[in-house]
Design a protein around this ligand. Sequence first.
Ligand code: C2E
Ligand code: CA
Ligand code: CA
Length: 424
Amino acid sequence: MTLSATPEGSAFDSSRNNDAAATPLRILVIDDDRFTRVLLREMFLGVGATHVREAGDGHQALRLMDNEPWMPELILCDLQMPGMDGIEFLRELAARRFTGDLCLFSGTPRPVLEAAQRLAGAHLLRVIGILEKPVSEAALMQVLSKARHAGAEEPTEPSAPHPASKELTADELREGIANDRIELMFQPKVAVRGRRMAGAECLARFRHPTRGLLGPASFVPLAEQHHLIDALTVDVLRQAAQHLSSWYDSERDFKLSVNVSMLNLHALDLPETFERIVRKAGMQPSDFMLEITESALPSDYVVGLDILLRLRLKGFQLSLDDFGTGFSTMRSLSQMPFCELKLDQQFVQGAVNDAKAMTILESSVQLGHALNLNLVAEGVETPSEWALVEHLGCDEVQGYHVARPMPAAALRSWVHRWERSDVL
Ligand code: C2E
Ligand code: CA
Ligand code: CA
């Protein structure tokens, strides 16, 4: 490949099949400076990347993602660019609910990069590195090693879900829920002390007839917008209850966690509906942890509180998900009957290198202990993150370091391997 082969300002694909260490990651490099783009691309190709594309600014990158469509798994983005700058681009990524990894780089001083990283976090985007220019190959290698899809030993999902390249429509989703296209993946939660498997979180996927398995980013917000969230939640709980009854073992204390949207908390008879579903499968409400995510405020706070209290009285366990990222989490924590707090992965992952994330994590743990809540650290990906949350006193861990989400059929053999302790 020659440098002159790169058309200035156009999105350009360099696919190269090289050695065994090749990473199949789809990487997008965005920088207005052509020389930097080419250099970064060459560095990536040099360390075994096979799918690297470039864009000259945010507009071009979005065109590539929206129109081609080509969904990157790792984006490297310069902050200072004419046209659309890096900050505007982050906003656009957030609006598209981008779920891949991001690395920000710039010639600006490091505090600017750190502030941009915090802004990305506030948009719920995942930044795995910030780099000052000029970027070294060692720094790029570090970014690659942190990239979510890199180095996965065995992808436990048959095909990893990624955001739908073409948006799912509400009609497709409605039809899909009615025709059993929602499938569950299970991600283990394990106790820090003793490492016993404490339960698993049910994560929904949409089996699209032509596009494969789609992740929740492509249908949960859609379900929330089109009044399909009740049907989705009921379907997930029903399937979870059926799976649990087929695994039932009186010797084990094992709970399945099911995600419930705040927008589900509008019908006062929801506790009865949920109870009926689990009992029909021969299970008890206390076999389930309902994870409430505050992606939206409950439309009516009093109704929401009424429903949560009655779910709790029926025996369902309640967990406050993504703690620290949503709306009014402190208020919810103090006023609603939660049993568990899930510490969001951005604080868990950030804490190892970032003093502020560490402070937030530490004080969340203290708060959780003071309120007598089960504390779950989410998104634990490395031994050092495990060691940190263990040191801070978290009760349970969930994350790629323990296991990725897996189909129901894989869970039993995973548990056997875990208990023989050769998984970590
Ligand atoms: P969540 O409830 O916070 O679920 C955890 C998400 O983090 C899952 O993504 C999981 O695959 C991912 N994850 C777990 N461990 C790690 C790790 O170590 N590193 C990284 N980088 N990620 C990790 P997934 O399955 O894509 O789900 C995304 C979100 O979609 C969930 O976030 C949840 O808010 C929502 N969701 C999933 N299923 C349902 C559902 O049935 N109903 C509703 N309302 N929302 C759902
Ligand atoms: Ca959850
Ligand atoms: Ca969460």
